[in-house]
Design a protein around this ligand. Structure first.
Ligand code: DP6
Length: 333
C-alpha cells in the first residue's frame, strides 16, 4: 500500500560528491526522462560534513511548487532545475498536488563547493517518499540525475561510479581512510556553470571527441586503483581525467578557462609533496578550486602545505561520507 504523507513532511539529507574521474558531456536524449545521461563514465567520492537537508510536504492549497533554498524562494532557472524531479515524482505517484520544499545547505559558503548535486539528491529522496513511493537507491539515483547529472552519485556513500541511467555503489567509507583537502581559491559563483560549459564544449570544441574517446580508460584505471587502495595509480588517473576535461573546455568557442594562477600553484605543491613521499593527487571542477586526495594520515601535512600558498583563501579537510538519509516526520491528526 502506498504511504502518502499528507500530514507531516519528509526530510532527507544528501552529501556533496566530488568526481575523481569526470562527467563532462551528455549522451543524446533518447526520450522523456532521459536527460543528463552521461557521454562518459565517472567515479566519485561522497564527502562527510558537506550536506544539503531538504524538507518536503504537499501543498494542495498552493497554485504551484514552491522551493525555498537557504531562506530564498527560487524562481526562473533555479526553480526549473528542480522541476523535472518533482514532475517525475508526480507522474510516478499519479498525483497532481504541488510540493512545498525547504532546503538548507550545510556547506560552508567559504568552501566554494557546488551543492547542486547534494541538493538534487536530497530533493529526489524527500519528494518521492512524501508521494508514497518506495524507490530503490538505483531508482533514486536516476531520479536525482534529472535535476543534475552529478547528483546521481550523491545517493551512495563514499565511492560510487556512474555510467548510464544511474550511479552504483563501489565501496563504503570504511574501505579506505582517505582525505579530500579542498584548496579554496574563489568561493564565488562559477564564471560559466558546468551545464552550459559542458554543452558548449560538446558543441564547439574540436578536442571534445578526444576527451570522450579517452575517458573510459581513465575510468577503468580509477576503478582498479580504488579497489586496490592504490593512491599513486588513482592520482595518475584522476589528474589525467581532470586535465583532459579542462583541455576540452579550453578548446571550446568561446573558450572556457577555470584556472587561476593559484590553481597552478596548488598543482605544483601537490607534485612536490608526492616527490617528497606524501602520495596525493589533485582534481578541479568547473571553477578554480583544487581538491587534493591523500591518505587520511597525511591530511594535516597536506592541509598545512596548501594553506601556505598565495591565493588560497581557505583549506577544508573532508573524509568519505554517508549516502542518503531519509526520515518521515508525521503530524498528529
Ligand atoms: C565538472 O552535474 O553540474 O563537476 O548534469 O548539467 O547538472 P548537469 O551538470 P553537473 O556537472 C558536473 C561537472 C563536474 C564533473 C563531475 O561532477 O563529474
Amino acid at each position: 500500500m502506498s504511504d502518502l504523507i499528507l500530514q507531516g513532511s519528509v526530510v532527507a539529507q544528501a552529501n556533496v560528491n566530488i568526481a575523481l574521474i569526470k562527467y563532462w558531456g551528455k549522451a543524446p536524449e533518447r526520450g522523456v526522462w532521459e536527460q543528463n545521461l552521461p557521454a562518459v563514465p565517472s567515479l566519485s567520492l561522497t564527502l562527510d560534513g558537506l550536506q544539503t537537508e531538504t524538507r518536503v510536504r504537499f501543498a494542495p492549497e498552493a497554485a504551484d511548487d514552491r522551493v525555498v533554498l537557504d531562506g530564498v524562494t527560487l524562481e526562473g532557472g533555479a526553480l526549473e532545475r528542480c522541476r523535472p524531479i518533482l514532475e517525475r515524482v508526480r507522474e510516478l505517484a499519479d498525483l497532481a498536488a504541488p510540493f512545498h520544499v525547504e532546503s538548507t545547505n550545510r556547506v560552508p559558503t567559504a568552501a566554494g563547493l557546488a551543492s547542486s548535486a547534494s541538493g538534487a539528491a536530497a530533493l529526489a529522496a524527500a519528494s518521492s517518499r512524501c508521494a508514497g513511493l518506495t524507490l530503490s537507491l538505483e531508482e533514486l539515483s536516476a531520479l536525482a540525475r534529472l535535476g543534475s547529472g552529478s547528483a546521481c552519485r550523491s545517493v551512495f556513500p563514499a565511492w560510487s561510479a556512474w555510467e548510464g541511467a544511474h550511479a552504483r555503489p563501489i565501496a563504503g567509507p570504511e574501505h579506505w581512510d582517505v582525505a579530500l583537502v579542498v584548496a579554496v581559491i574563489d568561493a564565488g559563483p562559477k564564471s560559466v556553470g558546468s551545464r552550459d560549459a559542458m554543452n558548449r564544449t560538446a558543441r564547439t570544441s574540436p578536442l571534445y571527441a578526444g576527451w570522450v574517446g579517452s575517458a573510459r580508460a581513465d575510468f577503468e584505471a580509477g576503478l582498479r586503483a580504488v579497489e586496490a587502495r592504490d593512491l599513486h595509480a588513482l592520482s595518475i588517473a584522476m589528474e589525467r581525467s581532470t586535465l583532459r576535461m579542462h583541455a576540452s573546455a579550453m578548446g571550446a568557442d568561446p573558450p572556457i578557462l577555470y584556472w587561476k594562477p593559484a590553481s597552478l600553484s596548488v598543482v605544483e605543491v601537490v607534485r612536490e609533496l608526492s616527490t617528497r613521499g606524501v602520495p596525493c593527487g589533485w582534481t578541479m571542477d568547473a571553477g578554480p578550486n583544487v581538491k587534493v586526495l591523500c591518505e587520511g594520515s597525511s591530511a594535516d601535512e597536506v592541509r598545512e602545505a596548501l594553506a601556505g600558498i598565495e591565493g588560497v583563501t581557505e583549506v577544508i579537510v573532508c573524509g568519505p561520507g554517508p549516502g542518503l538519509q531519509v526520515a518521515v516526520e508525521r503530524e498528529a491528526s
